[in-house]
Design a protein around this ligand. Structure first.
Ligand SMILES: NC(=O)c1ccc[n+]([C@@H]2O[C@H](COP(=O)([O-])OP(=O)(O)OC[C@H]3O[C@@H](n4cnc5c(N)ncnc54)[C@H](O)[C@@H]3O)[C@@H](O)[C@H]2O)c1
Ligand SMILES: O=C(O)[C@H]1O[C@H](OP(=O)(O)OP(=O)(O)OC[C@H]2O[C@@H](n3ccc(=O)[nH]c3=O)[C@H](O)[C@@H]2O)[C@H](O)[C@@H](O)[C@@H]1O
Length: 329
């Protein structure tokens, strides 16, 4: 939603594709769709696994770029529904790449990988050169697989590919399954929230990154993406293959996230602290963003307090102050 609005605002033509699945409340997805369509962006309802649909679309429109954000997201849900990750993040990715490979012209592709590929690494900040062969969740494993799969399409078919490792993105119109969003809903409803703690009772921490900063990184990487060559490794001038971290500058602990929300919502949270279950979580994330800074001037400017203030304003406006998170939907 945010990337497409930013592209449209600066004059680019945008067509969206989403299957509006029910991983979280589809009416929030449809409310976003309404906003996007009111700005003249056309949205197709369909699945990236639908090769015939993709092929039809790419015959109708000569896309210069593909910004691929569709995925089964969420780290912990992978234990409940593993096949949904394989369906969207692996099979769907391959179907999309097959379409792009055969398209005329071949579009440059920018797609969302994830900070979760750093898995069990403990050296921070995470750099793009660090190892990513120890995923802690199936979600992370499918994103890592995506990095390898896109490399193959770059190598064989000369597709220009950029992978962006986003770090815990938050903001207005965000995902209700994420902690900042579900904590807000539950704190307002007077329900207890669960805060996980790492081994030896350390607080978990995330490099929470505000959506507008991520959007700038997406546009920066789109604008610096070179054309696909269609020749892969066979001819002189290999097609571009890049990976960038898009994170923030200073990680914040989850208890700090909670206290910022308490101040903004003016409600004291009921907090249950429990040991981090072995469900794919990692104790902390922190991005080294120097590569993205060097390549396209990526520089996040929104700290967690300022970003959550904007999120809370949106939340209260959308759901209402006493809402349990469903009233407007
Ligand atoms: N939000 C984060 O913190 C974060 C961090 C790292 C990476 N990412 C990645 O960024 C991208 C966007 O994430 P988001 O937080 O906006 O998630 P999101 O779930 O809100 O957006 C993904 C969209 O893809 C759609 N989708 C899923 N499977 C599909 C399929 N097979 N065909 C068509 N549409 C499908 C969903 O309906 C959803 O609207 C995802 O690739 C995600 O893995 C997100
Ligand atoms: O950076 C990323 O790549 C990932 O960021 C987020 O994953 P996560 O950081 O786990 O985001 P949340 O689910 O919002 O959790 C944030 C923190 O809150 C903690 N948490 C979560 C839920 C909860 O009930 N209690 C709790 O303490 C988690 O352990 C984590 O430390 C997104 O949900 C993933 O889709 C994304 O790929």
């Amino acid at each position: 939603m945010h990337v497409s609005l930013a592209l449209k605002k600066r004059g680019d033509g945008v067509v969206g594709l989403d299957n509006f699945n029910n991983y979280y409340d589809p009416s929030l997805k449809r409310a976003r769709r309404k906003v996007v369509e009111s700005h003249g962006i056309f949205i197709v309802e369909g699945d990236i696994n639908d090769a015939a649909l993709l092929s039809k679309l790419f015959h109708m429109i000569s896309f210069t770029h593909v910004m691929h954000l569709a995925a089964q997201a969420g780290v912990r849900y992978a234990m409940k529904n593993p096949s949904s990750y394989v369906h969207s993040n692996i099979a769907g990715l391959v179907t999309l790449l097959e379409t792009c490979k055969s398209a005329e012209p071949q579009p440059a592709i920018v797609w969302a990988s994830s900070s979760s590929v750093y898995g069990l690494n403990t050296k921070v900040p995470f750099s793009e050169l660090d190892r990513t062969d120890r995923p802690a969740s199936l979600y992370a494993a499918t994103k890592k697989a995506g990095e390898e799969i896109t490399h193959t399409y770059n190598h064989i078919y000369g597709l220009s590919i950029t992978g962006l490792r986003f770090f815990t993105v938050y903001g207005p119109w965000g995902r209700p399954d994420m902690a900042y969003f579900s904590f807000t809903r539950d704190i307002l409803a007077g329900k207890p929230i669960t805060v996980y703690q790492g081994p030896k009772q350390i607080d978990l921490a995330r490099d929470f990154t505000y959506i507008d900063d991520i959007v700038k990184g997406c546009l920066g990487s789109l604008d610096t993406a070179k054309k696909s060559t269609g020749s892969g490794g066979k001819k002189k001038g290999h097609a571009q293959y890049r990976i960038f971290n898009l994170g923030n500058t200073s990680p914040v602990t989850v208890p700090n996230l909670v206290s910022i929300l308490e101040k903004l919502l003016k409600v004291k949270a009921k907090v249950n602290i429990v040991a981090m279950p072995g469900n794919g979580d990692v104790p902390f994330t922190h991005a080294n963003i120097s590569l993205a800074h060097k390549e396209f001037g990526y520089q996040p400017t929104t700290d967690l307090h300022a970003g959550l203030k904007k999120f809370v304003r949106w939340y209260l406006n959308f759901y209402g102050a006493s809402a349990d998170g469903v009233s407007r939907l």
